[in-house]
Design a protein around this ligand. Structure first.
Ligand code: ATP
Length: 344
């Protein structure tokens, strides 16, 4: 289903939970709504579902405005964080529920349920009750149940939140494959950036009710459009005054320009180790943290602290040691407009 949202607003009394949000979603895409708690993600999802009505704005499915359509007529499947399975029903009956409501024929229901049981890897579990299943299996049932009536849009609210870390990673990959196979337009809410980056075709970053940026995970990481996006996605160090760093100080940067620097944009080395040493500045190693596969190194350059990583193959650094530091690029901000600056 192709989705278009125009100027969506939601107010709860005086509180403005969703502010002028507009976007389009292509048919078959998997979208991650990502952002901090209370930002408005669930409110957007609930308005798409018809569980909440917008204060203003249009929701358009397939070119048709659906603001006034009740949830059951919108062709939507819902998967919640807490499974919301019927405890007194077997896996089979849980999946069959939406089909029975639609008064489909018994044989037709059986066929559809069994094909979903197969698709979601639940064969042999049809007669179990939810409490006899693991968290991951329950979430698969919830997914199969949502898909049973052949919705055109699947909405998932923090679908992995209640699941153990290890199973969660497996379930993410599983869900992505499953959604691709079914080819259904899907939107999931998460506040976990790794989850959004790994699973989504496109991410929408929601903060304080606003859509800060929409794009592929790659675009959002590489070209953050606002200071918030740059700091929310990936690791970075915030620098109050980027002009203190060589290479940026002699560019068109005025004193006090703020910047964000990702660890991978920083090259460090013992004096002489860096090829472009003439462009480097001298810093001091403050702390070292062993992270298993590499060292996390905190360096200080005249009051500014930067974080970077150093491979285990290179010679070990010591706290207090002088290092050459070369910052290759940074995200700079002026009132919240952002731009990327290369150190040339
Ligand atoms: P979370 O990740 O914590 O679920 P979220 O990004 O999904 O957060 P929402 O649940 O959409 O955010 O909530 C956005 C804001 O609107 C919050 O400050 C919340 O307290 C407020 N809010 C949500 N529903 C209502 C309601 N029915 N009445 C009043 N305020 C509400």
């Amino acid at each position: 289903m192709h989705i278009e949202v125009k100027g969506l607003n939601k107010q709860f009394g005086d509180f403005h939970a969703v502010r002028d949000v507009s976007f389009e979603i292509e048919k078959g895409h998997l979208i991650g709504l990502l952002g901090p708690s209370g930002g408005g993600k669930t409110s957007i999802l609930r308005m798409l579902a018809g569980l909440e009505s917008p204060t203003s704005g249009d929701i358009i499915f397939h070119g048709k405005r659906v603001n006034d359509l009740p949830p059951q007529e919108r062709g939507i499947g819902f998967v919640f964080q807490n499974y919301a399975l019927f405890k007194h029903m077997t896996v089979f009956d849980n999946i069959a529920f939406g089909l029975k409501v639609k008064k489909q024929k018994k044989e037709q229901i059986r066929e559809r349920v069994m094909s979903l049981v197969e698709l979601t890897g639940l064969k042999g579990f049809e007669h179990r009750y939810p409490q006899q299943l693991s968290g991951g299996q329950r979430q698969r049932v919830a997914f199969a149940r949502a898909l049973a009536p052949e919705p055109q849009l699947l909405l998932l609210d923090e679908p992995f939140a209640a699941i153990d870390a290890k199973i969660r990673t497996e379930l993410r990959t599983w869900l992505k494959e499953m959604i691709e196979r079914v080819g259904i337009t899907s939107i999931f809410v998460t506040h976990d950036q790794d989850e959004a980056i790994e699973v989504a075709d496109e991410i929408m970053i929601i903060n304080k009710g606003r859509l800060e940026q929409k794009g592929t995970p790659w675009d959002i990481y590489k070209k953050p459009e606002t200071q918030f996006v740059a700091s929310f996605i990936g690791e970075s160090t915030f620098v109050e005054d980027i002009a203190q760093i060589k290479g940026f100080s002699d560019a068109a940067v005025w004193p006090g320009t703020k910047g964000l620097i990702r660890p991978e944009y920083i090259e460090i080395g013992k004096p002489g180790e860096i090829t472009l040493a003439s462009a480097a500045i001298r810093g001091t190693v403050k702390h070292l943290h062993f992270r298993g596969s590499e060292w996390m190194v905190e360096i200080e350059i005249g009051g500014t602290k930067l974080i970077t990583y150093r491979s285990l193959e290179k010679e070990v650094l010591q706290p207090g040691e002088a290092v050459d530091v070369l910052v290759h690029r940074a995200y700079l901000f002026n009132n919240d407009d952002s731009w990327i600056m290369e150190n040339k």
